[in-house]
Design a protein. Structure first.
Length: 492
């Protein structure tokens, strides 16, 4: 999706040509996987999506001007009130996680200074609580780039009707949108884990198995357009925003484009093949086919672009360059925020668990059905750190207790195996433990603060709107201080 596209809509001829190119790309990828050498340096990386807000904590549609003050590590996102920062890849061993924390903090500070130059502030949060339905139904919500308008047009054209958002938690939200505007409310942190192709299946399966625990511990999106919904509302909102299916197609079992998946895999090829087999192209851009020798790393432009329009929560990434190619897992399920140390604690928890689980003699995915992993995932999105999940040999358990008793010790062993300095292992995992012990994360803090500021308030009421602005002031104060979220006070 990062590739620029030339059109806002596509002809049948363009779609036919793209389908042919996609089939060629898939065959080429299969050949390359069987014969080539891939980079497997074990590097990590991070992308972080942010919100721009004004002095009244309202979203501001001004990302272009802010980006004028920044370098190529920052880029647009679909919402004109969003931007994204990309952290360079790092070696995870030794002080790698601390370097990641410093790098994220430095880049957030640079983004903040750029925003301040335009009279704005930056907020790292899963869904911006002060965002409104009116703004998402306005003309100017989208960043003016072909790729975003083409994506929205393709989703609506495929669907044939408006996007419908419907979600119930403590409160209920229902609304139709003429485009995919609600997607812009979903700001995430995406972790990259580079692996050798012969280890990819294990890394992806492990990532799927622990997705529920990740979501539960990191939840930071309990308020969507002023409504108290799921603890990680971003997950169902994103799913519904880019759903190309009508209700009839849902009832027929057609797969959604925002997808947990449906089975454990044996090869990275399984995922790319599923993408081509199950999902019609949304952005049928083509480039000239280039012959290659087995030593080359093919660009696979069409396959890579198509892969970017199937939003798996753990997405396979193929990347090629003049020096070779690599494969990585893109872990997409975490919300942005609250602080750099919180986000790197989430990263440490993920990298440590993934490393431990791929080394088990009898891996967890051989003892858990895929349906159970998916059910756990959505329970965690709904109830956050208060969720109950099902785990092999244990049965049903509070996810926080599972994290304390089972997953943190496993993550610790995984991080040791990765060569992380022991003081950093304890520093970051103590943050995950602190959240679990206190049942406290970004989502619970937001909800408790709202209870303090406007108890019993109704969605869209003046009391709720003022409380959300006041809550964001406190959130940004805590974010600037950099303290882990489980230590934040809940006070008026």
């Amino acid at each position: 999706m990062g590739e620029a596209v030339s059109s806002k809509r596509y002809t049948p001829e363009e779609r036919t040509q793209y389908r042919e190119k996609l089939a060629e790309n898939l065959e080429l990828f299969d050949t390359y996987l069987r014969h080539a050498e891939f980079k497997s340096a074990g590097t990590i990386g991070l992308e972080l999506e942010l919100n721009l807000i004004d002095s009244d904590n309202q979203p501001c549609l001004n990302n272009r001007k802010v980006l004028d003050h920044l370098d190529e590590e920052y880029q647009t996102e679909i919402g004109a009130f969003n931007l994204e920062l990309n952290h360079p890849v790092l070696q995870v061993a030794g002080q790698g996680l601390k370097n990641l924390e410093r790098g994220v903090a430095d880049r957030l500070q640079r983004a903040q200074k750029a925003a301040e130059a335009e009279g704005l502030r930056v907020a790292a949060i899963g869904t911006l609580p002060t965002l409104t339905t009116d703004l998402l139904q306005s003309e100017g919500w989208m960043t003016e780039e072909n790729r975003y308008e083409a994506l929205s047009n393709s989703v609506i054209d495929a669907r044939g009707e408006f996007v419908r958002i419907e979600l119930a938690g403590e409160e209920t939200y229902r609304q139709e949108f003429r485009d995919i505007a609600p997607e812009s409310s979903c700001t995430s942190m995406q972790l990259h884990l580079q692996v050798a192709p012969n280890r990819f299946a294990e890394a992806w399966n492990a990532s799927q198995a622990i997705a529920a625990a990740q979501v539960a511990m990191s939840a930071n999106s309990p308020l969507f357009l002023g409504h108290r919904l799921w603890h990680e509302s971003r997950i169902p909102i994103f799913t519904q925003s880019i759903d190309t299916r009508t209700p009839e197609l849902v009832n027929q079992g057609v797969r959604p484009r925002v997808w947990f998946g449906e089975r454990w895999i044996t090869s990275v090829f399984d995922l790319f093949e599923e993408n081509v087999r199950y999902f019609p192209p949304l952005l049928p851009e083509t480039k000239d086919f280039v012959e290659f020798s087995e030593a080359d790393a093919p660009k696979l432009f069409e396959l890579v672009l198509h892969n970017g329009t199937v939003w798996r929560w753990n997405r396979p990434i193929y990347n090629s360059s003049d020096s070779g190619a690599h494969i990585r897992v893109e872990n997409r399920l975490l919300p942005a925020g609250p602080t750099p140390v919180d986000m790197v604690a989430d990263a440490a928890f993920y990298y440590g668990l993934a490393e431990f689980l791929v080394g088990e003699n009898r891996p967890v995915w051989s003892r858990m059905s895929f349906a159970e992993a998916e059910e756990n995932f959505f329970h965690a999105a709904r109830d956050g750190i208060l969720a109950r999940v099902k785990w092999p040999k244990i049965g049903h358990i509070d996810v926080a207790d599972l994290v304390i008793d089972v997953l943190i010790p496993q993550a610790r062993r995984g991080l040791n195996r990765l060569g992380i300095d022991k003081d950093l292992i304890e520093e970051y995992l103590s943050i995950i433990d602190g959240r679990a012990q206190g049942r406290a994360n970004g989502a619970t803090w937001q909800l408790r603060m709202l209870d303090q500021l406007a108890p019993g308030s109704a969605p869209d009421s003046p009391e709720r709107r003022e409380a959300l602005k006041a809550m964001m002031d406190r959130y940004l104060e805590n974010q600037a201080a950099g303290r882990p979220v489980h230590t934040w006070e809940v006070r008026v």
